[in-house]
Design a protein around this ligand. Structure first.
Ligand code: GTP
Ligand code: MG
Length: 348
């Protein structure tokens, strides 16, 4: 049989859904501190369909937010907030460890959303990441950096980010300053909604990759293995016309609002492509090639793909890259083990 006739026959096949793979994964989105809880609440209003939890030291904020579950860290603060002190945010979460542990029962993946710079989000998020991780969940933290003009808050946020990087499996950092670049004229609340939409889109795309039937499947164990092998990782998403896959990849790498990271040392990762039934193999190849050309020669890249009729002539590329560098934290930032971090905390 000639190769041409094999190709002709292949094009007339339709996919058999039964052979595709479906996995049940328990996912949860947790907002921490004022900005984090507000983000969760707004995402819920935008239609985020994942169970949500709002955690804060501030009872007034918790009263106003919408979430499936609310946890007030009250033992140390009496519900009056942390007064901007990171140590208080941290201590309040430690004192609520038991209650926090319970929310992660049976959870496979947890997204933590927080605004760094205040006391609660900056102090409590590393503790909550650690608790979730100990319970066996994969922890994906989506943190926002405050405006640089907030000065001391920005410095505090950087310190918090270092801890969060150490204690999360993967991290996405957005910058409030970048809102000034793309939406300077929007009222502040609306500008934050721009950010919430991006967070929500990232979460929902990730959930799709893991839970919807796939042609080339990436499962939770694959993700865990890849994230464990690399030090720091991040997730990028691009979407556009399937006729220009390279542009989609470039857009993913340069997404507005996302903090600049250095991908050139990336040693591994996952690339997942969602596209329409008729998009050619060469388009998929070209998207993967655009990513892999960024990475080390011996990088370990895993590929997943899903056909979705809603993506006719369109393509969404989700990339998770490990061993990235975070320039804002400086080339020399100290890499601490969890043990060192715990020892330091007990000495404070
Ligand atoms: N993206 C975004 N950033 C916000 C929002 N609200 C506040 N921020 C930023 O987030 C930073 C942290 O603020 P909060 O979340 O209010 O602080 P907190 O974690 O509640 O801490 P304390 O109130 O000090 O206990 C601020 O410095 C702002 O830059 C929001 O709704 N969205
Ligand atoms: Mg607050």
């Amino acid at each position: 049989m000639s190769i041409e006739s094999l190709i002709r026959r292949a094009s007339s096949y339709t996919l058999v859904e039964r052979e595709l793979y479906e996995e049940k994964i328990n996912i949860m989105v947790v907002g921490i501190g004022g900005a984090g809880c507000n983000a969760v609440s707004r995402m819920k209003k935008l239609g985020l369909s994942v169970p949500t939890v709002a955690i804060n030291t501030d009872i007034n904020n918790l009263r106003t937010v919408e979430a499936d579950k609310k946890i007030l860290l009250k033992k140390y603060t009496k519900g009056l907030g942390s007064g901007g002190l990171v140590e208080i945010g941290e201590k309040s979460a430690i004192l609520a460890s038991k209650e926090l542990e319970n929310i992660f029962d049976g959870i496979d993946i947890v997204f933590l959303t927080t605004g760094l710079g205040g006391g609660t989000g900056t102090g409590a998020t590393p503790i909550i990441a650690e608790i979730a991780k100990r319970k066996g969940a994969l922890v994906i933290t989506i943190a926002t950096m405050p405006f640089k003009i907030e000065r001391a808050r920005f410095i505090k946020a950087k310190e918090g980010l270092k801890r969060i990087v150490e204690l999360s499996n993967t991290l996405i950092v957005l910058e409030n300053d970048k809102l000034m670049e793309i939406a300077p004229n929007l009222p502040i609340k609306k500008a934050f909604i721009v950010m919430d939409q991006l967070i929500s889109y990232t979460i929902m795309s990730f959930v799709d990759v893991l839970t919807k039937p796939s042609l080339m499947n990436i499962d939770l164990e694959d993700l865990k293995r890849i994230m464990k092998n690399g030090r720091y990782s991040t997730i990028l998403i691009g979407e556009g016309d399937a006729s220009d896959p390279r542009k989609i990849v470039v857009d993913a790498l340069n997404r507005p609002l996302i903090m600049d990271m250095d991908y050139s040392k990336a040693s591994g990762g996952v690339i997942h492509i969602t596209t329409g039934e008729n998009v050619p193999l060469s388009a998929v190849y070209s998207a993967v090639d655009a990513i892999s050309s960024l990475m080390k020669d011996n990088a370990n890249l895993m590929i997943g793909a899903r056909i979705d009729p809603q993506f006719e002539n369109k393509m969404r590329v989700l990339v998770l890259l490990t061993d990235i560098k975070i320039p804002i934290l400086g080339e020399e930032y100290e890499v601490k083990s969890l043990k060192t971090y715990e020892m330091e905390r007990s000495q404070r």
